[in-house]
Design a protein around this ligand. Sequence first.
Ligand SMILES: N[C@@H](CCC[C@H](N)C(=O)O)C(=O)O
Length: 259
Amino acid sequence: MNITFYKYQGTGNDFIIIDNRLQTIDKNNTKRIAELCDRRFGIGADGFILLENDNSSDFRMVYYNSDGNESSMCGNGGRCIVAFAKFLGVIENTTEFIAIDGLHKAKIEDQIVQLQMQKVSKIEAFKKHLFLDTGSPHHVELVTGLKDFEVKANGAKIRYGQPYNEDGSNVNFVEQVSKDTFSVRTYERGVEDETLSCGTGVTAVALAMHKIGKTESNTVKLNTPGGTLKITFNAIGDGYEDIWLIGPAIQVFKGEIEW
Ligand SMILES: N[C@@H](CCC[C@H](N)C(=O)O)C(=O)O
């Protein structure tokens, strides 16, 4: 069967997105999803996303990492599927959709998507790093010399090591640029490599840096190798709410595949 796919990118985190409202895709075919995400033997992408019907919201987002396995929330993918839903005419400029971590509100204007993330009530601070879940699990570590830092080697060591082991964590290496700006490079589990940007990752970095007093601002700019994202939030007690991930989401091309 021939299927139309679309390729999107959000600050260089790239995704194959398919309209699966008619349930044409066999969601258990993880081997085929991994093949399509392969950068040499397939289309090439960090992740694979299905847009499906949902009874109580505008649509459902189903997210797979490039290894073919369904995973937890993808922030950049969430921004891209909002742009795709608008392209399909499923939504206009505002939406509420369901993803694996719950309901998300979003707004889109001129290819800039604002995506509301789930509340974060717990941030664990250790001697050298922080850990929090922003829809996906994130290890956050401040380093010096981020530009030349060995993200893949160091990220893999942390991702497979204690206490994360098999379940794993995404790993963000961070350097402060100014009082409200940080540079971030992320090793993503399920891609098992550095990606050019990670939406749940920069969300984790902004909240973690606020938590330990590196910034007092509730609007934080995050420079990633794929571009700049913005996070806004409210600090309430020990946690954070009304968290928004803001940045571009762009359709790159469309094509057809045999499924
Ligand atoms: N690229 C994503 C994160 C995708 C999920 C992650 N790889 C995991 O399995 O935890 C983002 O933009 O948030």
